[in-house]
Design a protein around this ligand. Structure first.
Ligand code: FES
Ligand SMILES: [Fe+2]
Length: 385
């Protein structure tokens, strides 16, 4: 699981002045807002004796601002993760520096609260893609949101599926059902952390569409134009589907690996047709069906993790985007770091480990919880030889 990346921790509306717990990359976090409404994210494990901070409460004081008070012995941690109060020691003591927990950078975009899981300084935190910006705030579009949790699937296998341009004809009934499955190979535009591909494909038959869509779309429609973007930043992707020059919908999602085998997707659909709110249910039903269809295929793909070598599978020319996804994931792991989820899970019952936050890079000594085990990349192995 990739480190030094932004991940969606929840919808902005879910996070308020009371502690909100979430699990990301196999670890627990607590989020809350201060009096100004700014969201903060801390490791959920108290450095005293390991209690779950999200079961505590947020106290606001003039001196320390918003602090989370541990439910076990009342230690209080400010938004930077520093302990500012140890009730059992009284008011007069100077609190040791080691009484601190990791605090992670937070930003909000698209109504999501994103947390930066890693220790990179601000200048080295890539921006969450802007592609969806014009559609998210477009007044002529109707926006619906949804969440879907993929179980029994590794996030990278899921990512490969999303960028796979030749599976819809087989997996998704609404988008083609084996209609002209021959993929026309189109150039992929590579970007720093992802890629884009655009292609025109045969329009799926109207009979597979909902009654409302059948009425809307011209009967003689031959093609549909699709543009797909993905980025490792926030595990984001956007699918722009132009059914006719006037009728289009945009699907955007950002994902977070809850652990190695569970991934939560925060999705959006922005459509410029059937704008009435009563149409949402039908539209969402279609999205959910597609998610279930993908899930049913991908959760049984073997092996669970993407093979290290491409020769372990028989890849063909039309698998270009999947290969690009793999390459971008590998590049990220090599340059920005990746967490060893199996090692983390194996030691979970014995000891606490946390993702190093930016404060650790500045001041690496004097933390109670050690850093998570990291995945060895080919570059590390070569360097060690
Ligand atoms: S475990 Fe948190 S204060 Fe003791
Ligand atoms: Fe799919």
């Amino acid at each position: 699981m990739l480190l030094n990346n932004w991940y969606p921790a929840g919808r902005a509306t879910e996070i308020g002045a009371t502690p909100y717990q979430t699990r990301m990359l196999g670890l627990d976090f607590v989020l809350f807002r201060d009096a100004t409404g700014k969201a903060h994210c801390l490791s959920d494990v108290c450095c005293h004796r390991g209690a779950a901070l999200h079961r505590g409460q947020v106290n606001v004081s003039e001196v320390h601002g918003a602090c989370i008070a541990c439910p076990y012995h009342g230690w209080e941690f400010n938004t930077a993760g520093a302990c500012v109060k140890i009730p059992a020691l009284g008011e007069e003591i100077t609190i040791p520096k080691r009484a601190r927990i990791d605090s992670y950078p937070v930003t909000e975009k698209y109504g999501l609260v994103f947390v930066f899981l890693g220790d990179a300084p601000e200048a080295d935190r890539p921006a969450i893609p802007d592609w969806f910006e014009p559609f998210y705030s477009a007044s002529d579009r109707r926006l619906v949101t949804y969440e879907y949790t993929y179980t029994e699937v590794n996030w990278a296998r899921l990512g490969e599926n999303s960028v796979d341009t030749s599976h819809p004809s087989f997996v998704h009934k609404q988008f083609g059902n084996r209609l002209s499955p021959k993929a026309n190979i189109v150039p992929i535009t590579e970007e720093q952390y992802g890629a884009t591909v655009s292609r025109t494909r045969a329009a799926p038959p109207l009979s597979g569409k909902s009654a409302a869509m059948q009425k809307l779309l011209p009967a003689d429609r031959k093609t549909t134009r699709v543009t797909l973007h993905f980025s490792m930043v926030g595990l984001t992707e956007m699918l722009y589907q132009e059914m006719t020059p006037e009728i289009s919908q945009v699907l955007f999602s950002s994902r977070v690996p809850v652990d190695e085998f569970t991934t939560k997707s925060y999705g959006f659909q922005a459509r410029n047709f059937l704008l009435e709110p009563e149409q949402d249910e039908e539209r969402l039903k279609g999205l959910m069906q597609a998610a279930v269809e993908d899930h049913d295929i991908v959760r049984l793909v073997k092996p669970k993790f993407t093979p290290k070598s491409t020769t372990d599978e028989f890849l063909i020319e039309s698998d270009g985007m999947e290969l690009m996804f793999r390459r971008k994931a590998q590049e990220w792991a090599r340059t920005r770091g990746a967490l060893d989820g199996a090692a983390l899970a194996a030691q979970e019952q014995e000891k606490v480990a946390v993702i190093p936050s930016p404060a650790r890079r500045i001041d690496p000594k004097g933390w109670v919880h050690p850093a998570v085990p990291m995945l060895q990349t080919t570059a590390d192995v070569k360097a060690a030889e």
